[in-house]
Design a protein around this ligand. Structure first.
Ligand code: 5GP
Length: 120
């Protein structure tokens, strides 16, 4: 178990179906949906169904099956949404210095235009 995890965070509520989200794709252990405030023409969020606060928590506590399922879903989305043809960006905010807002591990998939330099 993870005592740090807040089960009422917004992505936990989306996973439980308590608040709506625009579904992109899902798998046994993972779920993908559109960001409510897109920062690029394509802005998809991918989350594990399990209760993990951030990338480190996920990588250290999730099963190999959950971890493989997650990254395979990311790759599948990149193909199905034509992101791989023009390129795209993956970002995960981890902890306070990153400005992580939602304490449920997620990655942002950003694409659909030339994104420019990450650091500017
Ligand atoms: P973070 O800063 O935690 O990496 O990013 C959280 C992301 O979740 C933000 O890009 C924000 O727009 C998105 N977000 C926050 N609340 C909701 C929501 O209720 N639904 C959806 N689809 N996205 C949300």
């Amino acid at each position: 178990s993870n005592a740090q995890y807040d089960p009422n965070n917004v992505f936990a509520r989306i996973l439980r179906g308590e608040i709506p989200a625009e579904r992109v794709c899902d798998s046994k252990h993972s779920f993908a949906f559109y960001d409510i405030s897109p920062a690029a023409p394509v802005h998809i969020l991918v989350v594990p169904r399990g209760a993990y606060t951030d990338f480190h928590d996920f990588t250290s506590r999730a099963s190999n099956d959950e971890i493989l399922d997650f990254w395979k879903l990311v790759d599948k989305i990149s193909a199905e949404h034509s992101l791989i043809h023009h390129g795209f960006r993956i970002i995960s905010n981890i902890g306070p210095d990153s400005g992580q807002e939602v304490p449920h591990f997620h990655i942002h998939m950003l694409g659909g235009k030339a994104l420019g330099p990450l650091l500017s």
